[in-house]
Every structure is written in structure tokens, then in C-alpha cells.
Design a protein around this ligand. Structure first.
Ligand code: SAM
Ligand code: GLN
Length: 283
């Protein structure tokens, strides 16, 4: 069997299982197995595949037809300018989350703090904290998570990237944190009870519930973060939060309910045109 044939066959299996990006997934998984670049398949489509390779590939395709996300199968996910290790203890970082990084960088440019103190609450794989550590030399960055396994993954990612050192702390929201920060960022869990039930099976059955579920309404973390962050922000410090596409009004209302605390509340859209990041500056 050749590369071209095996990709064709796997694509058909994935399509039959209702996997939307069947062809791409087949190529990514084969590249992972053969430890090569996908481009090699275009250059040498007629190269042979051994029996052993075929058996191993079939097992990967079976996992994928069972709904397991490609990133958990390969253990890697691209984010910002690097690849992160991911595993079922961490949310697979989403491209949408790069918008909160961009917005954080915009705030940092505008405020021009010399050595900004930055806090990432619920860091998961470390995605946001690591992107900022790459882009903001001299920043002093703290990242927290309630999950020990997530923190270990984030620490491994930090060690692999050789960026500004990050302080990792375990605990519930601000509980392990001391001092004040110029910028607090978070992509908290924001899926309510009903929405959780209707998540795609690849998300619901494989990604950590703890990373996604936020009480009954999905707003639980916003209420706590917006209220508590005020005590951890420097004067003129900013709080930036990722939000779900339908949460703009509600989360804005929470900021506005604390008008004595925050000013310049604003929402930024992602590249699909959906509300994605909301920010406010401490008065
Ligand atoms: N920041 C990562 C990203 O953007 O890809 C992960 C975001 S994920 C939606 C939310 C993260 O918050 C998870 O890693 C979860 O373990 C963590 N988390 C959940 N409840 C928490 C809490 N009470 N305190 C701190 N972190 C929490
Ligand atoms: N964006 C994630 C999803 O689509 C949710 C992440 C979160 O709850 N912060 O499932």
C-alpha cells in the first residue's frame, strides 16, 4: 500500500464517521506516525507503507473515528508562534484565544509599563501566559490553575520554550496569589449547564469538564473574577477576559455593576466577527 492509498482509505473512514476535516486529520495523523512533515506526502505519494505502519495508523484512525481530538492523539497543538504539549488534563488551546493575547499586547503598548506584572488565571496548557512570555521581554508573569495536572503540563511547556520565567501557582482563582498586577488575563470556564449538554462529543467526551463548565449559567467565573480582580490590580491596571460568543451583554453588565471599580469597558471581536474579549481598567 502507498501513502496516497492509505490517506484515501483513512479519509473515507473518517468521513463516514462524520469527522468534518477528514482528509486533513488523516494527513496530520500519518505525519505524526511517520514523524515527518505533511508536505512529504505531496512530494512522494507513491512511497510504500509497511504492514506495521499500516496497523499502527489504523489504531490512530480508530481513535479519531471515536471522536478523540487530533491534538490529544498527537499530544501537540499549535498556538501563537509555537506548539504546545497537550493531554486530557488541559483544554486544547483554541485559535480564538489568540485574540486575548493580541488584546493584551495592545494594552501593554498603550500603557508602556516598564516591567509589567501579568497574571493569567486558569492557565491550562499555559497558552496565554507563554505567548505573553514570548512577546513581552522583562515581564513578570504569574500563572495559576486549580488543576495540578494542568499546571504540570504548563510547566513542561514553559521549560520547552525557553521564555521569560513564569511563576506557577495552584489554587482557586486568586486564592494562591499575592500582590498586584498591571494586567490580569483569563480564559475561564464559561459553558453553562444546558450548553454543556449540547457540546460536540469530541469536546464533551474528551476535554476536561473542569476547564469548560461554569455553574448553571456559564457566568459564575465572570462574577467572581470581575469582583475579586479589583483587589489585585494596580491603579490603571487592566482586566481582560475571554467570553463565549453569546455572553457579551451579560459580562458587560457584570463589569458595569462594578462601575466604581472599572472604566473604559470594551469588547473585542474575534476573526469570525464574534464577541470574544472584554476588558476594563481599574479606576
Ligand atoms: N488558559 C487556557 C487556554 O486558554 O487555553 C485554559 C483555559 S480553560 C477554558 C480554563 C482553565 O481554568 C482550566 O485549565 C481549568 O483547570 C482552570 N480552572 C477551573 N476552575 C478554576 C478555578 N476555580 N481556579 C483556577 N483555575 C481554574
Ligand atoms: N471555547 C471553548 C469551546 O468552544 C470553551 C472554552 C471555555 O469555556 N473557556 O468549547
Amino acid at each position: 500500500m502507498t501513502i496516497r492509498q492509505i490517506i484515501f482509505e483513512a479519509t473515507q473512514k473518517l468521513e463516514k464517521a462524520g469527522i468534518p476535516s477528514a482528509r486533513l486529520d488523516a494527513e496530520v495523523l500519518l505525519a505524526f506516525l511517520l514523524r515527518c512533515d505533511r508536505l512529504a506526502f505531496f512530494k512522494n505519494p507513491e512511497n510504500p507503507i509497511s504492514k506495521e505502519q499500516r496497523a499502527a495508523f489504523d489504531r490512530l484512525i480508530e481513535r479519531r473515528t471515536g471522536g478523540e481530538p487530533v491534538a490529544y492523539i498527537t499530544g501537540r497543538k499549535a498556538f501563537w508562534s509555537f506548539a504546545l504539549e497537550v493531554n486530557p488534563a488541559v483544554l486544547i488551546p483554541r485559535p480564538d484565544t489568540e485574540v486575548i493575547v493580541e488584546e493584551a499586547l495592545a494594552v501593554l503598548r498603550q500603557e508602556s509599563w516598564r516591567r509589567p506584572r501579568i497574571l493569567d488565571i486558569g492557565t491550562g496548557s499555559g497558552a496565554i501566559a507563554l505567548a505573553l512570555a514570548c512577546e513581552v521581554p522583562g515581564a513578570s508573569i504569574t500563572a495559576t490553575d486549580i488543576s495540578e495536572a494542568a499546571l504540570q503540563t504548563a510547566q513542561k511547556n514553559a521549560a520547552a520554550l525557553n521564555v521569560e520565567p513564569i511563576v506557577f501557582l495552584k489554587g482557586d482563582l486568586f486564592e494562591p496569589v499575592e500582590g498586584r498586577f498591571d494586567l490580569i488575563v483569563s480564559n475561564p470556564p464559561y459553558i453553562g449547564a444546558d450548553e454543556y449538554q449540547s457540546l460536540p462529543p469530541g469536546v464533551k467526551n474528551f476535554e476536561p469538564e473542569e476547564a469548560l463548565r461554569a455553574g448553571q449559567t456559564g457566568l459564575e467565573f465572570y462574577e467572581k473574577l470581575i469582583y475579586q480582580a479589583h483587589g489585585y490590580l494596580t491603579e490603571n491596571g487592566w482586566l481582560l477576559l475571554e467570553i463565549g460568543a453569546r455572553q457579551k451583554q451579560e459580562v458587560r453588565a457584570i463589569y458595569e455593576a462594578h462601575q466604581d471599580f472599572y472604566e473604559r469597558i470594551d469588547v473585542r471581536e474575534d476573526y469570525a466577527g464574534l464577541p470574544r474579549v472584554i476588558k476594563g481598567r481599574r479606576r
